[in-house]
Design a protein around this ligand. Structure first.
Ligand SMILES: C[S@@+](CC[C@H](N)C(=O)[O-])C[C@H]1O[C@@H](n2cnc3c(N)ncnc32)[C@H](O)[C@@H]1O
Length: 274
């Protein structure tokens, strides 16, 4: 079990879809269209398949996807979903990426992708991943890594304290060692850049309006829980913050912006023979 419910993933899926960086998807699609044969894709931390549902219709077919996921309940829920298109083959694989990354990647693949995963992983794990991507010169799209920006309106006097605690919680171990949390996407971009790669980083923020009550409600509940886990001695104040924010959401007066980054790395152009 990884702690992500199918309900939570379903709640965020349309907001993720709206937030994703279209220019990176277009660039990826142009690269994919210029190559020949089936596009073989590996989706890391796939949940119930949000990434394949979003990306497959935007990429040229035929495609075959392997969706790697730790949680058997999410694998089961994902397997029940129809494939995004008849010419897209989808297979699930239950595996622990913290332990088995090299084994999972040891198969023919053209594009490695993930959504809402990078902020969970540690620096050494990301170094392992980037090392493999570069050594095999694979395309890589990492969508929707939380980058630490949380803006809430109207403001509350405890927002800054709660957000600071949430960001500390983001850096705790999520199964991969101490998590990079908000630093993940820029750390990943730096790893590629240090090796003379040119990754693209583009913002993919959630912009939640006063009608987006369900997602805002779930976020505030989750942030309060995370903040209390870090500072249990502040639980009474944090619960008061949560209750007041939930009232604003229910009253239709609350808006939120949650910062994410999408990262794209494409294979190096092939040199033409002289
Ligand atoms: C925030 S969710 C994102 C899920 C999906 N990519 C999406 O966008 O809806 C992170 C996913 O990573 C999976 N995960 C976490 N640790 C993992 C691990 N060690 N191995 C494989 N998957 C893992 C979780 O079970 C969860 O499904």
């Amino acid at each position: 079990m990884s702690g992500f419910s199918a309900e939570w993933l379903a709640l965020r899926e349309p907001y993720d879809a709206a937030a994703r960086a279209r220019e990176l998807e277009d660039e990826l699609a142009r690269w994919a269209a210029a190559r020949e044969g089936e596009l073989r894709v590996l989706d890391l931390g796939a949940g119930t398949g949000s990434n394949v549902r979003h990306l497959a219709p935007r990429l040229p077919s035929p495609q075959s996807w392997v969706l790697v996921e730790l949680d058997p309940a999410l694998v089961e829920a994902g397997r029940l979903r129809p494939p995004p298109a008849p010419e897209v083959r989808v297979a699930y694989r239950c595996a622990d990426l913290a332990r088995d990354l090299e084994r999972v990647l040891d198969e023919p693949v053209d594009l490695v992708t993930c959504s809402a995963l990078l902020d969970l992983v540690s620096a050494p794990w990301l170094e392992r991943l980037v090392g493999i991507l570069r050594a095999r010169d694979l395309a890589f799209l990492a969508a929707l890594s939380f980058d630490g920006r949380i803006e809430l309106a109207p403001s509350h006097r405890l927002d800054a304290e709660v957000v600071a605690l949430v960001l500390r919680h983001q850096r705790t171990d999520k199964g991969f060692g101490p998590a990079l949390g908000p630093e993940a996407a820029s750390f990943c971009a730096a790893l590629f850049s240090q090796a003379n790669d040119r990754p693209h980083l583009v913002r993919s923020d959630w912009r939640l309006g006063t009608n987006d009550r369900a997602l805002q409600h779930a976020l505030v509940e989750g942030w309060a829980e995370a903040a209390i886990a870090i500072a249990p001695e502040r639980s009474a104040s944090i619960r008061a913050w949560r209750d007041e924010r939930l009232e604003m959401i229910a009253a239709g007066s609350s808006r939120a912006r949650v910062g994410h980054l999408d990262l794209l790395r494409l294979p190096r152009p092939k040199r033409r023979a002289p």
